[in-house]
Design a protein around this ligand. Sequence first.
Ligand SMILES: *Cc1c(COP(=O)(O)O)cnc(C)c1O
Length: 363
Amino acid sequence: MGGNEQNYVQEAFDTNWIAPLGPNVNAFEESIQDYLGNSMKVAALSSGTAAIHLALELLGVTYGDDVICQTFTFSASANPITYLGARPIFVDSEPETWNISPTLMEQAIKDCLEIGKKPKAIIAVHLYGMPYKVDEINAIAAKYNIPVVEDSAEALGSTYKNRPCSTFGRIGILSFNGNKIITTSGGGALVTKDEDIKTKAVFLATQARDNAPHYEHSHIGYNYRMSNVLAGIGRGQMEVINDRVNRRRFNYEYYKTKLSSLSQIEFLEEPNGLKSNRWLSCVLLPSYDIREKIRLALLEEDIESRPLWKPMHLQPVFINCKNYVDGTSEDLFQRGLCLPSGSNLQKGDLDRVIEIIFKVLTK
Ligand SMILES: *Cc1c(COP(=O)(O)O)cnc(C)c1O
């Protein structure tokens, strides 16, 4: 926590706004809008997953539709497709950003059009905070007139050509889950330029109650609004977002500098014009075996590290879905490791990790 969170939570208690609406929700939304600029409208929700679910519904995704989704991601990017009875088509990553490959994505779209069924939406992800190739993806999406849901759950504070992530898709989404760069313990947001989309998102998120003195419903609704208590935490967290990004980026730079003499370690560099919040510091090792040696050596010292996300097309639950893969994400999954990346790590903590990696790789 940054410092002011408890004051805002106390304010919710003092004013008795213990509800999924209230001054903290409005102020939290405004602080994100100010941070993102570009006249974005933000709807604070109960989770990033809820935001993706509402985004797809607002784009008209329904039973039997196809939705293109980056395969190299966390399952919450893809799960909401199935909540709507639609089907994911998974697309592999390109090696420069580890995110959705424009070439494979266009191939998937062309094949869909060939059988007369245009995908209803594209879910692209700024994974680990590294922006995807926004210009290329948006150009293809525009060419075929398919809306993009910009999964920025891991990318608050990242920029593409100096403009913040979550402002590039038809709808962007953010997450404030406990593990993200800032947190409300659980929470998310839908981001859009379109006031009408925000209004509809809030309507659906609050049980789709029509304008009447009694409870009247002409839509199926959800209970997806953020609580005013948790939004108080969010207000405090937005005051320290820049510090959090700086600390995460420091972790990455420190690892990279100190490990630079080890030729077996590869880092994901920022391509020109892309700035990652470095939510997690990730590295690639020469093989699965060496990756595991390092992971287990760290574990031996009670230090947690994790393999990169297992691609969705390899997940038992999605094994029968269509996919366009060329081995990129499977290779990343085999050889990749997320190093300890918390915003509160001290140099001494990072040095312990570095020392263990040195021991394994120079043995
Ligand atoms: C965390 C995450 C989500 C889901 O956000 P929640 O707030 O945990 O529901 C979606 N996509 C990605 C890439 C994530 O990392």
